[in-house]
Design a protein around this ligand. Sequence first.
Ligand SMILES: Nc1nc2c(c(=O)[nH]1)N[C@H]1C(S)=C(S)[C@@H](COP(=O)(O)OP(=O)(O)OC[C@H]3O[C@@H](n4cnc5c(=O)[nH]c(N)nc54)[C@H](O)[C@@H]3O)O[C@H]1N2
Ligand SMILES: Nc1nc2c(c(=O)[nH]1)N[C@H]1C(S)=C(S)[C@@H](COP(=O)(O)OP(=O)(O)OC[C@H]3O[C@@H](n4cnc5c(=O)[nH]c(N)nc54)[C@H](O)[C@@H]3O)O[C@H]1N2
Ligand code: SF4
Ligand SMILES: [Mo]
Length: 871
Amino acid sequence: MNTTCPYCGVGCGVVAGRDGIVGDPDHPANRGKLCVKGTTLGLTLDDRDRLVAPMIGGQQASWPEALDVVAKRFGEAIAERGPDSVAFYVSGQFLTEDYYIANKLMKGFIGSGNIDTNSRLCMASPVAAQIRAFGEDLVPGIYEDFDEADLILFVGSNAAWCHPVLFQRALRARESRGTRIVAIDPRRSATADLADLHIQIAPGGDLALFAALFAKCAAKGALDYDFIARHTAGFDAALAMAHQADPGIDAELFDQFADMIAGTPRLVTAFFQGVNQSVIGTDTVNAILNLHLATGRIGKPGAGPFSLTGQPNAMGGREVGGLATQLAAHLSFDDSAHRDILARFWNAPHLARKPGLKAIDLFDAVHDGRIKALWIAGTNPAESLPRSALVREALERCPFVVVADCWPTATSSRADVVLPAAGWSEKDGTVTNSERMISRQRAFRPAPGEAKPDWWMFKEVACRMGFGEAFAYSSTASIFREHAALSTFENDGARVFDLGPLAAMPDEDYDVMRPIQWPVGRAEPRLFGDGRFPTADGRARFVAVSAEHGAVDEEKKFTLNTGRLRDQWHTMTRTGRVPELMAHREAAAATIAPADAARLGIATGDLAAIGNERGQLILPAMIGADQASGSIFMAMHWTEAHGSASTVNMLAGAERDPISGEPAFKHGKVTMRRIVAQWHGVALARTVLSVRSKVNDHAVWSRTPRVGGLVQFGFTGFLPLREDTTCRSLASSLLELPETVEMLDYTDARRGVFRLAVMRGGVLVFVLHVASDRAALPSADSLEKLFARRWVEPDPAVLLAGRGASSAAPRGGIVCVCHQVTEPMIRAAIKVRGLATIDAIGAATKAGTGCGSCISELKGFLHHEPILAAG
Ligand SMILES: Nc1nc2c(c(=O)[nH]1)N[C@H]1C(S)=C(S)[C@@H](COP(=O)(O)OP(=O)(O)OC[C@H]3O[C@@H](n4cnc5c(=O)[nH]c(N)nc54)[C@H](O)[C@@H]3O)O[C@H]1N2
Ligand SMILES: Nc1nc2c(c(=O)[nH]1)N[C@H]1C(S)=C(S)[C@@H](COP(=O)(O)OP(=O)(O)OC[C@H]3O[C@@H](n4cnc5c(=O)[nH]c(N)nc54)[C@H](O)[C@@H]3O)O[C@H]1N2
Ligand code: SF4
Ligand SMILES: [Mo]
């Protein structure tokens, strides 16, 4: 069965068959290739822990009961306080059909603009910037441009980890045609590590850099004045403003970089969250678009700005108008003719007349009581929105919250009604990737319990609210046809988004539909190559952006940069259950620069307290040469389920781009201090044990599922242990221990050593080691070996042996997940066999020969080039 990967916006095709899940050789996005998340998809098909039945107030209910309550409560709120007293908050992980219906119900029939989506946190800045520049939210380029470019910039994009299959295309272009790759990032990310040039920019410095490049290209005579004159407006004002920009990087490096840009017509600028998630996100995107317009490098083979998309259906969400600020089918709230088109097409008497609340404002409205009923689906805002504490309080205060999800989350635990959603592999529909390619997602196994697709839930509620006629859908195919029909309705070519030929597609064709790119039916998939833009006068707009407030202001604080890890997906509801994907990074940590660590006296293994006016997180510090002084990096993924040092968004504030409303997740302001670690602990258990809530008062903990089935716990204490501590009191203060048959323990209180083993019928079920000196702890790998044995006569000398007892070398971090190759194995092979290339490492250890996601790390082991320049 052909379907599409549910993770990133590259949108790779996969085939689910008897051999498990493999890349689809015929899908244009990936031609059979997959990254590590794609190759491990089969391991996520595990229905344990799923939500399987509707719940009302914590009690299991039937679907009709749950849907009746939802329709009634939404209906009552609307009757009492009007349509703007209700809201939907949905997701770029919705399929287009789910999204289309939710949007139609809210904007067309309830009559409010209050439907926003997690794409507000992700894509809102490029959407706003592209509308300003092009007149419509359009990404002009296609993936082939990565094959055909001579210079590719990754700006604020860690594509090596976040868009691996597309990034590998860029690497292949480098091999085949000598394409140069430049990464612009304050952090030496995996992408920067693999690039030919890393420009280590100051946080928020991109706008100034691109404006300065524009001015410099003008000075070098590298602009395309013919294109500017014939196809654009606003050039003079934008250039005048650009002349004032200070590039913000070393002058020599800037000259070298500007030469590269000026002299390379085939330039692709791929940009992402380092640009978008900023208080100047929209203006920064326009600074990038200005440079491409001024050089006429747009819509041509190998040339164009490329706004990457994050979620699998970020693009589809924009097609259906999932953002509170857009209408469906790229129609605009601002244009009364557009509103009229939509009202007539839907036969919707109450079509919303104005945009609804953007995500942050929406949750403010929930918090202060303006929103009386809220439906959240396909997103986990209690973790992923900034100001987690406020968001959680808002959910608790709101009179009626509905959450549809596949798994329990910090959001669903605060809902009045929980609806069990069918997920990937269980539901049907379409998604659109970064290059406007529409692909089918297909169900290839049944949903567990009573889980249902989201489109069905919205349709059923719409019918119960009295809108049955407009929501008489029998299948996703019928929704898709309507979506396609709307895109072409009274569209005389003014709107580029057009799926016209698909509007009459019979069910059978939808069933076998192959990937298809929009605008459908055009020979040239790139947009704007002819210089025509969907504005009133057909010209693109330069936007005069000021770099005045470009750089993030320098207080005596650290910039908190947050982002993604290679093997995790967002709040880890799917990937966090796969032990193979936990091996790359086991637990939350804060990566800090060596100079900052030295100044604050923080060593690896110490804890760092990172905080601001919203709160404080205490977590293990990792010292990384990839980090620029003054910046801290934390992954966005970790939640309460994985440890105490979780939910980085407790610290994130409401600072956002004034135009797009996208939060500045990359530029938080925090203080940091060292917290001395008093003791360290490692434990392994056969089953998932609950961690006692009191632990948080004196220690940091993490819980990680291990390959092989055991569960690993890590502890770092920041208060000294009490003098009367015993093994048993310590263990039971940390964890709810399994019922015991036999307990062995060893204490050396003077040295701060405590060891405990719990046996049941000759089987080891739990082991804990605590020591004041971290170096005195055994590795989790050596402890794991004890679980493999049957103990006729449990031997305390072996079971409770300290570090020396095991000759097993620590396994170290798994670098290559496909072939389970660890860092020590690779380093040893390099040293012993004198390996010098990635291919040689592959031949010797198999590392890097699977999906290739780890190649950047392999390169790091081979040699550490100095960072080319610092900003
Ligand atoms: N493995 C994995 N892949 C994913 C996802 C995932 O959860 N896991 N999620 C998907 C989604 S929804 C998204 S949105 C994408 C995100 O994809 P990316 O945007 O590529 O990923 P991030 O790690 O959020 O951030 C990218 C980089 O921005 C840098 N940065 C921070 N501040 C600045 C700045 O001021 N200027 C510049 N130039 N750079 C800066 C960070 O150091 C970081 O390396 O990934 C998608 N792919
Ligand atoms: N600090 C910080 N925070 C960030 C970011 C950052 O870089 N830094 N990035 C932001 C960005 S770009 C994004 S995209 C967001 C992502 O943030 P979220 O959207 O909150 O992340 P997910 O964990 O992907 O949440 C998706 C939820 O939907 C559920 N789900 C999966 N499939 C389905 C389905 O078919 N139907 C339903 N109803 N539910 C389903 C999953 O179990 C999961 O709970 O995070 C944002 N937050
Ligand atoms: S690059 Fe990886 S995560 Fe993204 S769609 Fe392809 S296989 Fe899935
Ligand atoms: Mo995203």
